[in-house]
Design a protein around this ligand. Structure first.
Ligand code: OAD
Length: 244
């Protein structure tokens, strides 16, 4: 559970912060019932990323990849934002300068009401044409197996950044600007193992920000952050909104 004095310190920093950047990972959605990737019941414990989340896997067997995303769409469609997502929305509204960087593709931050955000790994409710590259929203559950583009009949793929692929330039630009300019960076529910996000804590720290981490467990970044609060995101993040 959160340590009282560390929580107070973080709240003081938040109260005085000129600009705030929040980075989230699967842990913030775990409290909504969305599986994480690397925990005890994490998706990568029972599924091989190489078979499901790479461009090579899609080229080899698009049906298998779509079946997996269909299964995740069905699961996520039934989930709702939790108090941690809601608290991030309040932070956005309270802070004059705010940016949210999320690695999550579930769209729960948007559902909660977050608007100033970069979904750096994409969004499971968006699809992209492998021929003409058009990106469109698609909320079908289940999606028709091997869906095709309405414009050019090309094969559609999930608009998700897979292993071996680059993040969108615009997302990187926004993220780097937010990390370099913030006075407070709060990192919530990420294992800190996947780059470039794994380097964001040190980037913010080097730029002079106060960096805080909220996670169920210690991470590789715990040693370098200013405050590390252990516990569930849904319990701790809302506490940041209470008066000092
Ligand atoms: P991980 O599954 O790697 O890590 C989830 C983190 O959340 C762990 O550090 C947990 O300790 C923590 N956690 C779990 N439940 C929590 C809770 N209730 N409250 C707070 N923390 C909790 O997920 P990510 O770090 O998001 O990429 O993974 C990064 C990327 O790796 C994902 O975006 C995904 C994956 O492969 C792609 O699919 C491209």
């Amino acid at each position: 559970m959160a340590h009282g004095s560390d929580l107070s310190l973080l709240k003081e920093r938040l109260a005085g912060a000129e600009s705030v950047t929040v980075l989230t990972g699967a842990g913030i959605s775990a409290d909504s019932g969305v599986p994480t990737f690397r925990g005890k019941d994490g998706l990568w414990r029972t599924h091989r990323a190489e078979d499901l989340a790479t461009p090579e896997a899609f080229a080899r067997d698009p049906r298998l990849v779509w079946e997996w995303y269909n299964w995740r769409r069905e699961l996520i469609a039934a989930k709702r934002p939790n108090p941690a997502h809601d608290a991030v929305v309040v932070l956005e509204r309270r802070c004059r300068s705010f940016w949210l960087i999320t690695q999550n593709v579930d769209g729960l931050h948007r559902d909660a009401g977050s608007r100033k955000l970069s979904e750096i790994h994409g969004n499971i409710w968006m699809v992209r044409c492998t021929e003409c590259s058009r990106v469109v929203e698609n909320r079908d559950v289940p999606i028709h197996i091997l869906p095709v583009c309405h414009h050019c009949r090309g094969l559609l793929r999930p608009h998700i950044v897979w292993f071996g692929e680059s993040l969108a330039d615009e997302d990187l630009r926004h993220s780097y600007a937010a990390l370099r300019s913030c006075s407070l960076c709060v990192i919530i529910g990420t294992s800190g193992l996947v780059y470039p996000a794994a380097g964001f804590a040190s980037m913010a720290k080097e730029a002079g920000a106060f960096v805080a981490e909220i996670n169920l467990d210690p991470t590789p970044q715990s040693a370098l952050v200013d405050v590390s609060l252990q516990g569930r995101a849904k319990d701790i993040v809302p506490l940041l909104l209470d008066p000092i």
